[in-house]
Design a protein around this ligand. Sequence first.
Ligand SMILES: [Zn+2]
Length: 337
Amino acid sequence: MSAQSSTATPRSTIAAETKMSSDNTPHPPVKHCSDKVNARYRHGRPDSELVPSRYALKVGAIDVMVVSDGVLSLPSAMLGHNVDPAVRSAWLEHMFLPTDALEWALNMVVVRSGGRTILVDVGIGMEFPDLPRAGKVAQRLKAAGIDLASVTDVVLTHMHMDHCGGLLADGVKERLRPDLRVHVAAAEAEFWESPDFSRVSMPPGFPDAPRRTGKNFLKEYHSRLQTFENEYEVTPGVVIQRTGGHTPGHSVVRLASGGDRLMFAGDAVFQVGFEHPDWYNGFEHDPEEAARVRVRLLRELAANRESLVATHLSFPSVCHVAVDGDVFRWVPGPWEY
Ligand SMILES: [Zn+2]
């Protein structure tokens, strides 16, 4: 808007806006760059600045808490590496998202039911200086009122480092109960013995980090693993189901109680997946199968009106899925206060 046209506008708000745009210090568009953003946090946030991100809800009689492990600054291209960069950039612009680097939420879930406290995924841990804005699972659980020593079961949707690395953080293993079980699909544990990264499209140097973490995890937690083939009920109403796709043993967790249902979908669904379920995520080890899994789950969620929570949807990510023509739509849930 030019200064001239604004003088004819009686609305004071528009006049004020015009004054801003006509001064000599234009406001540049907000630039996001993972390196620059991360550099500011290179030494981590001081504890006093920890955002105690927790969100509690009920699924029938089951207590659920979504806990954030911070954010991961990753290249935006990871959201759709099989599409024309111009198309991808246009979508990101359309969604008010930066086109170079995105801050991915990193959600975990605590489920309490039947006398058990079940931690679904455990965040990324502290080993990754390039991702300094996440990795404080112990502090964040404590801030959410969850004592690590009270956790009876850990469920891993899969063994990428942002889902299992938290158990490798300093001082965590020592605080866990001696009888704690880590539930993971047999196919997942087997995959990480000798993982295949030939189909992924990760940032440079990245495959080494998840490869190392997967190996360490198997070494440190081998004796506590409780594997399942396709499905396992941790406690009544809390069922893990293997989907494959993202990784061979990728699994989702289904909660059901008193007619209420909620799915924690791990990495089967990303924000772009509602509108473009066929866009391949850079971390998918079998992208075609991951896209098929995504469509199947989204269809199911839309049909049965089940709530959805996923690892990398904006915190707290509780939502529903609707079908809108030939795409899906993300419908945020009301705040359960
Ligand atoms: Zn992930």
